[in-house]
Design a protein around this ligand. Structure first.
Ligand SMILES: [Zn+2]
Length: 307
């Protein structure tokens, strides 16, 4: 009998304790509900961005060094592979983010206004920001970072177009096939379609055009001066970003991909590479992007009122 009473006694105690337990757990749950129940959206998109004051947008998709939380390294295959898919590359374009940062600072000094910029801090082995989404990442968790990069570029392009009616997008990359050259990729001229329509092909490959100006600034570039073709080298002719935001698209901005040879990207050469590039880009920008109307000559004005 006493054993039975003891059993019931213990049962009641256990029930009370369990109830108390549930109550305190529920209170705790309530306090931390968002954390415990939903998976948190990452707070850091691992992309550095800045809104500018002049119509130049500098992008750097492949120079990031950071690991992406909850995103495994890419296995290097699209979710649904198709013939003609772009080559999947996971290697970093070494020192391109640093070079792009220097370029922004140099252009700011030369032009007296701030270029816009969008630079990935995430490593390319997790997300390739210079590809269409289906060729860029393999897990849904990566979308947040990819979208942060491209949504910002798209927003800045729209803003630049609306504010200035013109603009220049420079996508900064690195290659090792032509160590002492900067390859200027325009996807066969497509990404600078309006530039060529307005000023002729010389605006790109002529002595007074981007190629000539970059040569004067002390860099070696491709295409060659007065080249018959705008192509530079297979796989380096201008990728997703310049094709998406270039002037064959509604953004109507001119877009060029700068593929820096490895010697331009050596740590000790970055400052010089950026300085030379800024020299050339600033001249090109003033000659073609924000070309000012020549001031009306006083004599011409006078002549108009004379018989
Ligand atoms: Zn690249």
């Amino acid at each position: 009998m006493s054993t039975l009473r003891m059993f019931f006694g213990l049962l009641v105690t256990a029930t009370v304790l369990a109830t108390l337990n549930i109550t305190s757990a529920a209170a705790a749950d309530q306090a931390e509900a968002p954390k415990a129940v939903t998976k948190q959206t990452p707070s850091d998109p691992l992309v550095d961005v800045r809104r500018g004051t002049i119509p130049i947008i500098i992008c750097s998709p492949h120079g990031g060094k950071e690991v992406v939380p909850d995103v495994p390294p890419r296995k290097n295959r699209p979710v649904t592979p198709k013939k003609g898919d772009p080559k999947w590359v996971t290697g970093t374009d070494v020192n391109t983010r640093e070079l792009a940062q220097e370029l922004v600072a140099d252009l700011e000094k030369r032009l007296g206004g701030k270029p816009y910029y969008v630079m990935a801090r995430f490593q390319r082995k997790f997300i390739d920001a210079n590809r269409a989404p289906e060729h860029s990442y393999e897990v849904p968790e990566a979308k947040f970072y990819y979208d942060a990069y491209h949504d910002t570029i798209a927003e800045y392009c729209r803003e630049v177009q609306k504010k200035f009616g013109t603009g220049l997008v420079i996508d900064v990359h690195g290659q090792a096939s032509f160590k002492d050259e900067i390859l200027i990729g325009t996807f066969g001229g497509t990404t600078v379609r309006l530039l060529v329509e307005r000023f002729g092909r010389g605006a790109l490959v002529g002595k007074e055009g981007l190629v000539g100006i970059m040569l004067d600034a002390g860099t070696k570039v491709k295409p060659d001066l007065n080249s018959e073709t705008f192509d530079v080298a297979a796989g380096l002719n201008g990728g997703y970003t310049v094709q998406t935001y270039g002037s064959s698209r509604p953004t109507a901005l001119e877009a060029v991909q700068f593929e820096y040879g490895s010697n331009y990207r050596k740590a000790e050469n970055i400052v010089d590479s950026a300085r030379k590039t800024a020299d050339g880009v600033a001249k090109f920008y003033e000659a073609y992007i924000v070309k000012k109307k020549p001031a009306a000559k006083p004599s011409a004005a006078k002549a108009s009122v004379e018989p």
